[in-house]
Design a protein around this ligand. Structure first.
Ligand code: NDP
Ligand code: 8X3
Length: 253
């Protein structure tokens, strides 16, 4: 059977890295993208153990020229991307909106919204032309409702929902599918990045509750990609068992 190709952004850590493992195990070949060439190469070596063919592409999703050059460099079987996982993203800070940091806002908006749009614009036209393909956007419970200090990050994930819904409308005449996976608390490097490297603050986010893992989210993404072709998993909210929504978490179950 012909192997399918998945392109994963932000594959050097957390959910993206877990998706790389899951899709490799599931028989896909992988285009793994990220900013850190060394990490990317190390992950490529790991997933090759599952028998997957792997192509690393090093670029920043905010850099439209670099992303374009990377996608345009694809040759042969790599040109046919069956599944695009728009995963690269981050939160920075938990400042009040009237006190927030302009650079943090710009980074979040440029990565979570514009980076996702750049990759969508580059990869989806060929899917539409082939009448086949699947875009899995990693949104968040944070996109359902704002929480204290979440303001701009929550807005970017609300945008991921709007962009997923909009794309689903725009490809409805084709067999291309669009899924928005919205995780809750997942213990990855996410909180370390949010708190600019403060490990203690990051650890507190998961205190008293068993969080999800990147693997839990990769399982859901893989399930969506594996559904029969007439089935479109449009949106999935995945929470830790003791998390009820973006703000209600029972830390003493
Ligand atoms: P990690 O910090 O572990 O992973 C984020 C990945 O995105 C890294 O590989 C990182 O690479 C990459 N990335 C960040 N900025 C860029 C960029 N400009 N260009 C290319 N790659 C970039 O966090 P998660 O795995 O948790 O996050 C993955 C996605 O899941 C994000 O979109 C996040 O918003 C979302 N999410 C996370 C949740 C959580 O609780 N963890 C919950 C809900 C959603 P680098 O190392 O180079 O920065
Ligand atoms: C990540 C989940 O609740 O920390 O999107 O924003 S949350």
């Amino acid at each position: 059977m012909e192997r399918k190709v998945v392109l994963i952004t932000g594959a050097t850590s957390g959910i993206g890295e877990a998706c790389a493992r899951k899709f490799a195990e599931g028989g896909y070949d992988l285009i793994l993208t990220g900013r850190n060439e060394d990490k990317l190469k190390a992950i490529c070596e790991k997933v090759k153990a599952f028998g997957a063919d792997v192509l690393p592409l090093t670029f920043d999703v905010r850099d439209r020229e670099a992303a374009t050059a990377a996608v345009e460099s694809l040759q042969g079987k790599w040109k046919t991307v069956d599944v695009l996982i728009n995963n690269a993203g981050l939160a920075l800070g938990l400042d009040k909106e009237y006190e927030g940091d302009w650079e943090d806002w710009t980074t979040m908006i440029d990565t979570n919204i514009k980076g996702l749009l750049i990759m969508t614009r580059l990869v989806v036209p060929a899917m539409v032309e082939r009448n086949k393909g699947h875009i899995i956007n990693i949104g968040s419970v944070a996109g359902d409702a704002a929480y204290a200090g979440g303001n701009v990050y929550c807005a970017t994930k609300a945008a991921v929902k709007a962009l997923s819904d909009g794309l689903r409308i725009d490809v409805a005449h084709t067999a291309v599918r669009v899924t928005n996976v919205k995780p809750g608390l997942v213990e990855t490097n996410f909180s370390v990045v949010r708190f600019h490297g403060n490990q203690e603050k990051a650890d507190n986010v998961y205190k008293g509750v068993q969080p999800l893992t990147g693997d839990d989210i990769a399982d859901v993404a893989f399930y969506a990609a594996s559904a029969p072709e007439h089935v479109q998993i449009a949106e999935v909210l995945v929470l830790a068992t003791h998390q009820a929504n973006g703000t209600v978490i029972d830390r003493n179950p």
